[in-house]
Design a protein around this ligand. Structure first.
Ligand code: ADP
Length: 482
């Protein structure tokens, strides 16, 4: 087992040389290049990876469990180095990066421990002349495509069930965060997971779509695609996967409402909102996007929220005092700025916006200041799209019926949150919200033991929990005459 050295990034760079065709990975806090990595741009390299994946021996389940258990230990052993790498390339504050490493590790542990079992079925045939049962088998080589916002967690919650179920997998990490992926692979190999059972194809944005995605989706040997990212990319991947009838899981965009009723515990709601909105600078698919406050408590809520936003510290995630890091790219900053401007032009009110220090403005980093808007209406673009930035957009409501209708009036249905102390209303509203996950007086809902996923245009399938392993298994039915 590798000992912690503090030099994981150096090992990663040595183990995964960029080669002749490369692209730069940038630190979003400075805009500077951290490393050059391989840019897979020819179809042959992708096909060769599939060939290797198709030849992987699945081992037995006990061996796989042991490998995953060792990988879990190595993840925790290297938590500081892993967090440092994620902060460098994704920008998130170190404390959040460490939290993500622990969260990712919890999926490995969960799937290392999970038992996979079929079932026996009572025979329906006359004279009880048959025996019926099912066995669970690996689905086959898997293509896993992940985003940059949680570079470890989004990948690990695919890789660990894929491997636990007996599959080989090929990960196409986000172009912005390949180093986290390479670091995971290094530790996986140290843990005994065979090189070909977990491969990585890194590529820039163009090659990811035109070469890696295209070839993986067209190859009949890839039997499963699991994707986390935007709805448009998910639609394209599902269309491509359909031609080879792959099993598909899609965890796509959200537009989470946060509904706060007049009987809620206001301090609890403000704390929930701060976590749900500002974690990872708002760059999460389950981030609070539309804040609906009962009009009776609007002013009090807004002033409490503003006080909390004022103490956020924007900066380089490597600085321990930072609570809000940069956004992932300059394009993201421009997008969020445009959303805020168009809201203000349409009548939203700017209650508070932090100012960026001269030092940050001169840093070359992709910073956007935490912002609080009120008077936001449902027709504004900021309520129709994922903000993916540190902007709290607030609207009011008067009746339960009205707010549930408005909360559901979106093509998306990933997460929703509600705060109330009325137990009957809590059940009623939770059941009426069109979302795959509902946080009740709570915005920190993610857990390896819980099924994560959405409805409507937010995707299909679930990750985590026992549901998550089914996505990587086929059920074979057997019927025996006796
Ligand atoms: P973002 O705009 O944040 O990059 P995307 O949904 O476009 O979000 O991308 C998420 C991940 O999916 C990234 O790793 C990206 O490279 C990958 N991706 C997007 N579209 C495709 C595609 N057609 N084929 C393969 N990978 C894709």
């Amino acid at each position: 087992m590798t000992q912690k050295t503090g030099g994981l990034l150096a090992r990663v760079l040595a183990a995964f040389p960029a080669g002749p065709n490369s692209y730069p990975v940038r630190n979003p806090a400075t805009g500077s290049v951290i490393a050059q990595v391989a840019n897979v741009g020819n179809a042959q390299a992708v096909t060769e990876a599939v060939e290797r994946a198709a030849l992987v021996h699945p081992h037995n389940s006990a061996d796989r469990k042991a490998m995953l258990a060792r990988w879990y230990s190595l993840f925790l052993l290297h938590i500081d180095d892993l967090a440092h790498i994620a902060t460098l390339e994704s920008g998130k504050p170190l404390a959040e990066a460490k939290g993500e490493v622990q969260y990712a590790a919890s999926y490995i542990k969960y799937y290392a421990d999970l038992e996979i079992a079929g079932k026996t079925i009572i025979s329906p045939h006359s004279l009880n002349k048959t025996r019926l049962w099912t066995v669970k088998q690996p689905v086959g080589p898997c293509a896993l495509i992940t985003p940059w916002n949680f570079p470890y967690a989004m990948a690990v919650r695919k890789i660990s069930p894929a491997i636990a179920a007996g599959n080989a997998c090929i990960l196409k990490p986000a172009p912005e965060t390949p180093l986290s992926a390479f670091a995971m692979k290094l530790l996986a190999n140290d843990a005994g997971i065979p090189d070909d059972a977990f491969q990585i194809l890194s590529a820039d944005r163009q090659n990811a779509v035109d070469v890696v995605g295209k070839v993986l989706m067209a190859d009949t040997r890839i039997r499963k695609v699991s994707f986390t990212g935007s709805t448009n990319a998910g639609i394209s991947l599902m269309q491509q996967a359909a031609t080879t009838m792959k099993k598909a899981s899609m965890e796509l965009g959200g537009n989470a409402p946060l509904i706060i009723f007049e009987d809620a515990d206001l301090n609890q709601a403000v704390d929930g909102c701060m976590f749900g909105k500002f974690r990872n600078a708002g760059q999460a698919c389950i981030a609070v996007n539309r804040i609906y406050i009962h009009s009776k408590i609007h002013n009090e809520f807004v002033s409490k929220l503003a006080e909390k936003i004022k103490i956020l510290r924007v900066g380089d995630g490597l600085n321990n005092k930072t609570t809000v890091g940069p956004l992932i790219t300059k394009t993201s900053v421009d997008r969020v700025a445009a959303l805020v401007s168009s809201s203000l032009e349409s009548g939203a009110q700017l209650v508070f916006q932090s100012s960026l220090s001269n030092e940050l403005q001169a840093s070359g980093g992709y910073f956007y200041p935490p912002t609080l808007l009120t008077n936001v209406t449902d027709d504004m673009e900021i309520f129709k799209t994922e903000i993916f930035g540190p902007v709290a957009a607030v609207s009011t409501f008067d009746t339960e019926e009205d707010v549930v209708r408005r909360a559901n009036d979106t093509p998306f249905g990933l997460a929703a949150y509600l705060f109330t102390n009325d137990i009957a209303r809590l059940h009623r509203v939770a059941e009426n919200l069109e979302a795959g996950m509902v946080g009740l007086n709570e915005c920190a809902i993610s857990a390896a033991v819980a099924p994560f996923g959405g409805v409507k245009m937010s995707g299909i399938g679930r990750e985590g929990s026992s549901e998550g392993i089914e996505e990587y298994l086929e059920t074979k039915y057997l019927c025996l005459a006796v």
